[in-house]
Design a protein around this ligand. Structure first.
Ligand code: PLP
Length: 443
């Protein structure tokens, strides 16, 4: 397919400035294989960000393709009310077997944003049922939970959310962990999670009006892969418990082994009341999400017809068997490969490669956890002064890397890596080397 100037005239791209479509025409991708994607001109790209973090086992994983094909020959879909498919049923059992044992009930939806909407509605209705009068949410600055209205209301990335926050009910926002620029001036090795004092203050003042606290465990992804220590989660969990506030762990990005544990909350031995799962769940094949809750929460939704206790929520494609088949096979492969335990040596290599980025003068911070890595670029390392946003330094670096056949993405002044777990050491080295060269050419 050749690209004429009006090739894209009917398309509206997400998170994309219109002029960029003219200046940097999107590649038309025709094929995937492992960590590689191939465009319509035959050029090969190493996908270092797993296509927005979903491709955890590589593109076109043949066993997941087969699982979908087998299901496709039997049934494409049936509504999940009065009916359920074998695969949706099997998946609920499989998920329950790898989740913390307290998390027993699984509600399906379509993507990360809807998983969060469902979690918020469950928290509100649960609170209503108990006549607790808790009608608001508290979240952390730098948090990202999706782009639908409810999920946006608990998000705090100024570039995405400022325009919309005034339009609907505003929630409570406590300070998020921001270790590279810690406002308390602490070091993450020796701090006591002082950033959580703000949450504690808010809960002490307004805790009785709060239904739930929502957070991204261990890494605030969209904020720029802000990795933070487990003690922050421990302190957050304790504060919520003290004030009877439910915890909603948004594991949409970090679940399924990404941080070196099956779920990121495990780093702090925190079992949330509600957990949101999506992105990696189907190995990147089809949209599917799950909101998972403790049995005690589900019990508040039980009763006969006259009790009116049911959760009035659902999506047309809830429990789709093609997606569930992909997810079941993904879980089987994760188990066979012993992920995350078996990633230890690869993670060490990945992190040592990342650490070589410290040699670049523009490297303000290099951070990682498990198979997540990021470099924050600064104009001045000593003062941590950021590059002016209008210079679009990380964007230009990502374009250079693309020319050299590696897909990385900027988040503000941060470049990040979230490759498929099957990436080899040679491919990791290539990904970091190309990044290094590209940074050198732009900065
Ligand atoms: C991506 C993401 C979401 C939103 O998921 P979508 O599938 O894009 O709707 C929610 N929370 C977190 C932490 C995410 O990374």
């Amino acid at each position: 397919m050749s690209l004429h100037s009006d090739t894209f005239k009917h398309l509206w791209f997400p998170f994309t400035c219109a002029q960029d479509i003219v200046d940097f025409p999107p590649k038309v991708i025709v094929r995937g294989d492992g960590v590689y994607l191939y465009d319509s001109e035959g050029k090969r790209y190493l996908d270092a960000i797993g296509s927005w973090w979903v491709s955890i086992l590589g593109h076109c994983q043949p066993r997941i393709s087969d699982a979908i094909r087998t299901q496709l020959d039997a049934l494409e879909h049936v509504m999940m009310a009065g009916f359920v498919t074998e695969k949706a049923l099997e998946l609920s059992q499989r998920l329950a077997s790898i989740l913390p044992e307290e998390l027993t009930r699984i509600f399906y939806s379509d993507d990360g944003s809807t998983a969060v909407e469902v979690a918020m509605k469950i928290a509100l209705q649960y609170s209503n049922r108990r006549k607790a009068g808790r009608t608001t949410f508290v979240s952390l600055t730098g948090g990202y939970h999706g782009d639908t209205l409810g999920a946006m209301s608990v998000g705090d990335i100024p570039a995405y959310h400022n325009l919309f926050h005034d339009t609907f009910k505003s929630q409570l926002y406590a300070d998020g962990p921001h270790c590279y620029r810690c406002p308390a001036g602490k070091k993450k090795e020796s701090c006591s999670a002082e950033c959580m004092e703000s949450l504690e203050r808010i809960l002490a003042e307004k805790g009785e009006s709060v239904a739930a606290c929502i957070f991204e465990p261990m890494v605030q992804g969209a904020a720029g892969m802000r990795v933070y220590p487990a003690k922050v989660l421990t302190r957050l969990g304790a504060a919520c418990k003290k004030y009877g506030v439910l915890t909603i762990a948004d594991e949409v990005a970090m679940g399924f082994g990404r941080t070196g544990r099956m779920f990121a909350c495990e780093h702090a031995d925190l079992v949330p009341d509600i957990m949101c799962l999506a992105k990696g769940l189907t190995g990147g094949f089809l949209p599917l999400a799950a909101t998972v809750v403790r049995e005690g929460i589900y019990e508040q939704f039980c009763g006969d017809f006259s009790s009116g206790r049911d959760l009035a929520h659902g999506h047309t494609f809830t429990g789709n068997p093609l997606a569930a088949a992909a997810a079941c096979e993904t879980l089987t492969i994760l188990q066979e490969l012993d992920i995350p335990a078996s990633l230890g040596k690869k993670t060490e290599f990945f992190q040592s490669q990342l650490n070589s980025l410290w040699g670049l003068p523009a490297a303000g911070d290099v951070r990682s956890i498990g198979m997540v890595g990021a470099i924050e670029l600064v104009a001045d390392r000593r003062t941590k002064k950021p590059f002016a946003a209008e210079k679009r330094i990380p964007f230009r670096i990502a374009q250079k890397a693309l020319d050299k056949g590696v897909i990385i993405r900027p988040l503000g002044n941060v470049l990040y890596f979230v490759p498929a777990y099957i990436i080899t050491e040679d491919q990791i080295a290539e990904m970091i080397e190309v990044t290094k060269e590209s940074i050198g050419e732009v900065v």
